[in-house]
Design a protein around this ligand. Structure first.
Ligand SMILES: [Zn+2]
Ligand SMILES: [Zn+2]
Length: 417
């Protein structure tokens, strides 16, 4: 008999419990989702109450919604009410924090969100506050509100009434004029976390750049076995180019760059052996080298587009010329072949207007042979910079169709009843 009774009880409780799903943070229907048309149509039209198990009656839900809508309009505080029969064995207090953050209740910047979670299977009710809300509504305040205003009604099974009384109590805590002004005006933007974030990025990027450049310098700033001086210098110069780029961002690289520049000069003057006889070659000075340079090379040295190093073997009289680019303003002349061609004039032939493009003419003159090249180019139409269109900065006001992105670090209080 006893056994039968137990089984009946078990069966009864199973059917009873079986009516309601066990919710997880992800499966609690968001009343804001309903506004987007994704939640179940039995859900009441609103934005604040999640009542999927129908634990609160229709009138109660509508009234709570109206109260919470007013609360958000008048104080900017977004409060959600969630009534779910079961969340399994998960403690309601931690479930509330997880749900709070999953939905992102309250303004993302001010974090003035609130969540009232009621879990009848645990006979537990919890108020969770957003991190910005703790200042106005302490954990003790939340406990007091539950004890004084909500629990007495819950004990009489008047759940909607208990929740409404709790909401009114919350409102009374925010009823101070100074508090209202503070809640409704945007807080000063907390720029520090972003600033720290950028600094971390900067330091990380610079450390990587520094390590890479130091490593490359160690590997690369030298003349390799069998490598010619000009090829080694070219390699070092490209590395110096990177150093110059990063020096702007990270001034300490100036010293590495200076060291590399010194090495570059040393590599250029590093003696090597004659290809013919193996005797060490000698670098000729500016006056000695001219007899070994042709007219084009001499012209290039004269304008400074190139520096040609002449190496001479004292034993077999062989010569080796290495050329180094200096002034990059010069181009190669189509007539004489020397890199001695430079822009000498740039005139506007037709001005560009807002309606038509213009034309200009560039003249390049060769310093060696006097050859002139003319280049006509198009000047683009003048585009009027459009005035910045005022972006309507909308403050998240009442009746918003989404949660604000707020965060809670677990403030609030819970009570069993
Ligand atoms: Zn030789
Ligand atoms: Zn020329």
């Amino acid at each position: 008999m006893r056994k039968i009774f137990t089984s009946i009880c078990l069966l009864l409780s199973l059917t009873l419990f079986g009516q309601f799903p066990v919710y997880t943070v992800e499966t609690v229907p968001s009343p804001k989702d309903f506004a987007k048309g994704t939640a179940s149509p039995t859900e009441v039209r609103n934005g604040y109450v999640s009542n999927p198990d129908g634990l609160l009656n229709q009138q109660g839900v509508e009234f709570i919604n109206a109260q919470l809508d007013t609360l958000e309009i008048t104080t900017g505080v977004q409060m959600a009410v969630v009534a779910v029969y079961s969340i399994g064995d998960v403690p309601a207090s931690s479930f509330a924090v997880d749900l709070f953050n999953y939905w992102g209740i309250g303004d993302a910047e001010k974090n003035t969100g609130l969540l009232l979670l009621w879990v009848p299977s645990q006979r537990y009710v919890q108020i969770t506050t957003g991190t910005g809300m703790e200042k106005y509504l302490t954990d003790a305040d939340c406990g007091y509100i539950l004890d004084e205003f909500l629990i007495p009604h819950f004990k009489d099974s008047c759940y909607s009434a208990g929740i409404i009384k709790a909401i009114w109590a919350v409102e009374s805590y925010l009823d101070d004029p100074e508090t209202r002004v503070e809640l409704l005006t945007s807080f000063e933007k907390k720029t520090e976390p972003e600033w720290v974030w950028w600094l971390c990025w900067y330091i990380t990027a610079m450390m990587i750049a520094l390590i890479w450049l130091c490593y490359r310098s160690f590997v690369s700033v030298k003349r390799n076995e069998g490598e010619s001086n000009d090829k080694a210098v070219e390699r070092v110069q490209s590395l110096i180019g990177w150093m110059t780029f990063f020096t702007v961002l990270f001034p300490a690289l100036y010293f590495l760059r200076k060291w590399a520049k010194g090495k570059e000069t040393a590599i250029r003057k590093m003696p090597f052996n004659c290809e013919n006889c193996g005797h060490e070659m000698q670098l000729l000075n500016e006056s000695e080298e001219d007899q070994y340079l042709n007219a084009i090379q001499q012209a290039e040295e004269k304008v400074g587009s190139y520096d040609h190093d002449v190496w001479h073997c004292p034993q077999c009289q062989a010569t080796k010329i290495y050329s180094y680019r200096l002034n990059t303003d010069y181009d190669r002349c189509a007539a004489c072949g020397a890199v001695t061609m430079k822009l000498t004039s740039d005139t506007v032939l037709e001005r560009a207007t807002r309606y038509s493009s213009g034309r200009g003419c560039k003249l390049y003159t060769c310093a060696n042979c006097g050859h002139i090249t003319k280049s006509i180019y198009i000047i683009p139409k003048i585009v009027e910079s459009s005035g910045s269109s005022g972006s309507g900065g909308s403050r998240s006001g009442g009746g918003s169709s989404s949660w604000g992105g707020g965060h809670s670090s677990g403030g609030g209080a819970g009570r069993s009843y």
